[in-house]
Design a protein around this ligand. Structure first.
Ligand code: SF4
Length: 466
């Protein structure tokens, strides 16, 4: 046993959040327990991201800050895991010799043994082997009512701006039987909401023998009794088939929310990004999703300032945003990533042009988000209560089936319950509401009866996410 206290920090996407649950379970199995401050910890783990340059800089900045602490407490073990560890490996150790272990994304299974080894030898180690990630490892869930289930890892798309295929590898799907078994176990343990996770979920199963498609997987998980909500992230617009749309529309537990990355609204830019769809295809898909699933919320990711993007091409992105009316968007300025094909495209735009475009996009999208939230004022919707609001402990915070944040006056005993909330006022961040009297109303489509105030086990602390 290792024993002692650990501090775990997570950067990046949902997949990293899931990996941190695996890391937490590994540390639990070594009789370690979590603490809130790194100064109190015997083991510090950074689970890192490298999707944007900013994420690298943040991690490297923090690693530098820990040098004096490590000098003061040489017995402390510092671990860097995740995508940045996978990308930079030996170079990271050369730059930060006070780090003890650099662990790749494919090597989480080995964390336990490496930690025990380092405790004995005190020799720093880089363990980055590209051997395919393991999706069957024990996890310690961040809470007892929402759970993520990885269905695949890696990606075969090779979008030119993206480092993921290089650090996570090619698509590797998990057998459907294993996904369904995990869903059944989580349902039996009282979990209310499941999220199926993958870098490109609707390419799921292309690599399985016999092949299987994502729509079939959704239907199989949708048959599991006892789960109230099923979500997934992220689909690629290219692979979004009518079969998936039908499954979403027909399975009551699938939430009325689609996160579908647009990335750019101009066909030339999309081609340079190696995104094999057109703006028309995307807009048509959004129209079909809205027609098939009334009340659905659509969110997206957008990158502005891709190399060579002209003002006119950027305007085309704004035009798609106006036409689709996304409910929410994650918006970024293009960030150069060493090792990606986009790095080799000449014509990188000046920082001020990228930032100007980003702010213009954010202003437009914020107006749309606000308008769409305001349009819901007066409606009663089902909210899964996640706990007290961070800003005001007299309010609870949760999410609708459309993934909108809702805050409302309430007490902590509501945590993990599905309740009906009257939406009172819309903002850019979400909505304020008030508890609505029973009997329950339904989801935006009216297809999901609300299991009012059903009690499940209370939440445990979540690993920090930056
Ligand atoms: S689909 Fe493109 S952006 Fe998404 S993970 Fe794959 S390569 Fe990256």
């Amino acid at each position: 046993m290792l024993g002692g206290r650990y501090f775990l920090t997570t950067y990046g996407c949902q997949m990293n959040v899931y990996d941190s649950e695996v890391i937490a379970a590994t540390l639990d199995s070594l009789a370690c327990y979590p603490v809130e401050a790194p100064d109190d910890a015997d083991v510090i783990v950074f689970n890192t991201c490298c999707v944007r340059e900013n994420a690298d800089l943040k991690v490297y900045g923090r690693l530098g800050e820990f040098k004096p602490l490590k000098k003061k407490r040489p017995d402390m073990i510092i671990v860097v895991a995740g995508c940045l560890a996978q990308k930079d490996g030996e170079a990271m150790l050369a730059r930060f010799p006070h780090v003890d272990l650099i662990l790749g994304t494919h090597n989480l299974r080995d964390l336990r043994d490496r930690l025990l080894e380092i405790r004995e030898t005190r020799v720093p180690m880089v363990h980055v082997e590209q051997k395919g990630a393991d999706l069957e490892l024990p996890v310690r869930r961040a809470n007892r009512f929402q759970a993520q289930i990885p269905i695949s890892v890696g990606c075969d798309e090779y979008c030119t701006f993206c480092i993921v295929p290089f650090v996570r590898g090619r698509l590797k799907s998990r057998p459907w039987q294993s996904v369904v078994t995990e869903a059944k176990r989580l349902a039996a343990e009282g979990y209310r909401e499941l999220m199926l996770l993958g870098q490109n979920v609707n390419a799921y199963g292309d690599d399985l023998e016999p092949p299987m498609d994502f729509a079939d997987l959704l239907r199989r998980v949708g048959d599991v009794a006892g789960i109230s909500r099923l979500r997934f992230t992220s689909p690629h617009p290219r692979n979004f088939s009518d079969r998936v749309l039908d499954a979403m529309a027909e399975i009551p537990m699938v939430c009325e929310h689609v996160h579908m990355p647009l990335q750019a609204g101009d066909d030339h830019v999309l081609r340079r990004m190696n995104r094999p769809y057109t703006r028309e295809h995307f807009m048509d898909l959004a129209r079909r999703i809205r027609a098939r699933i009334p009340g659905v919320a659509i969110s997206t990711d957008i990158i502005v300032g891709f190399p060579g993007e002209t003002e006119e091409q950027f305007e085309n992105t704004l035009d798609v945003v106006r036409q689709v009316q996304f409910d929410h968007a994650y918006m970024f300025a293009y960030s150069q990533r060493a090792g990606t094909p986009a790095m080799r495209i000449n014509d990188h735009l000046p920082e001020e042009v990228k930032m100007d475009r980003l702010y213009r996009l954010i202003r437009l999208q914020n107006d749309i988000t606000m308008e769409r939230n305001k349009a819901l004022e007066g409606a009663i919707q089902e909210v899964l209560v996640e706990g007290p609001s961070k800003k005001d402990a007299t309010r609870m915070t949760g999410r609708t089936r459309g993934n909108r944040v809702v805050n409302f006056p309430g007490t902590p005993d509501l945590q993990a319950r599905l309740v009906n909330v009257r939406l009172v006022q819309g903002y850019t961040w979400g909505l304020m509401g008030e508890m609505a009297p029973e009997p329950a109303c339904a989801s935006p489509t009216g297809r999901s009866p609300v299991g009012n105030s059903t009690e499940v086990a209370s939440a445990e602390p979540t690993p920090a996410v930056i």
